[in-house]
Design a protein around this ligand. Structure first.
Ligand SMILES: C[S@@+](CC[C@H](N)C(=O)[O-])C[C@H]1O[C@@H](n2cnc3c(N)ncnc32)[C@H](O)[C@@H]1O
Length: 282
């Protein structure tokens, strides 16, 4: 891809047509992303430690009622939640397709002898293990919205099968308004010596699109290598759901007793107002 391809780009890309996701599972990207998960300077890939510890206290006390439980964390990243849940007496399995994140999570679990197992795999396709084996399955930090609705439904159906009777699903998706506002952001560009998409000096061109008819936002990035002039395109889309849509999606996947919370703290969190928490049961 070169500059001419950028000039002649699709003016309004269809949701998911130009890419499924940012390349979490590409080894170089995954290694650079690991540093973003772990930094205490921002909350972009994972939240900072203080907030994660508050979330874990709410999950342990309110969602799990303090009972030692088997926990499945889908899209677990470097295991920042599972390690802390294990320290509170839970037994955890984390699945993620980022190789650097999974390697880090395994290393941390071995060092602290935490009761955590990590599996490198794509949660759309991988087996979640024997049926009815978890008390809690979680998919947090907005990742549900990044899947097409049909894929989100598959993930939720697989999750339902993996939960024990009386078990709980914990989701932390985006509000409809947050996804819509992201799609209405102005285009922007910036230069970097090194960054998430490339370790070489590059120019990033960013565009967002809101597709009201499909209730979806598409984010598109062109990364132009400053020395070579070669360009690469990355795109991902996010589905916007109203609370009613979430209720319907969960009902379609076989969940009921759906309860909404303003955040993973159980109370409004002004720093995370674009996310909500949902607990449901098979
Ligand atoms: C925003 S991060 C959140 C990580 C972690 N849950 C946290 O809050 O610290 C999203 C994670 O989902 C993972 N992910 C995204 N799509 C995935 C897929 N299809 N299969 C497995 N993991 C996926 C990414 O690799 C990334 O680690």
């Amino acid at each position: 891809m070169n500059l001419l391809d950028i000039v002649r780009r699709e003016p309004t890309p269809e949701p998911w047509a130009e890419g499924e996701k940012i390349p979490w599972n590409e080894p170089g990207f995954s290694a650079r992303m690991l540093a973003e998960h772990l930094t205490q300077e921002h909350d972009a890939a994972s939240r900072r430690t203080e907030r994660i510890e508050q979330h874990v206290r709410w999950i342990h006390g309110q969602v799990l009622q303090g009972r030692p439980s088997r926990v499945l964390d889908l899209g677990c990243g470097p295991g920042l939640y599972t390690q802390r849940l294990a320290a509170l007496g839970h037994s955890c399995v984390g699945i993620d397709f980022g190789p650097a994140s999974i390697a880090y999570a395994r290393q941390q679990a071995a060092a602290s002898q935490a009761d955590c197992t990590y599996v490198e795999g794509d949660i759309r396709a991988i087996d979640y293990g024997p049926a009815e084996s978890f008390d809690l399955a979680m998919l947090i930090y907005g990742e549900l919205n990044v899947f097409r609705r049909a894929e989100a439904l598959t993930i939720l159906q697989k999750t339902r099968q993996s939960l024990k009777p009386g078990g709980r699903l914990l989701l932390e998706p985006h509000t409809f308004q947050a996804v819509q506002e992201e799609g209405q952001r102005p285009s922007t560009w910036y230069t970097s010596e090194t960054g998430l998409f490339s370790e070489r000096p590059h120019l990033t061109l960013y565009e967002a699109f809101w597709h009201a008819d499909q209730a979806a936002t598409t984010h598109r990035y062109y990364i132009v290598d400053a020395e070579m002039g070669a360009a690469a395109r990355y795109a991902f889309s996010m589905h916007a759901y109203t609370e009613e849509d979430y209720r319907q999606l969960l009902a379609d996947a076989g969940f009921s007793n759906t309860v909404f919370y303003p955040s993973l703290l159980g109370e409004p969190d002004p720093s995370q107002s674009g996310l909500l928490a949902i607990v449901a049961q098979p």
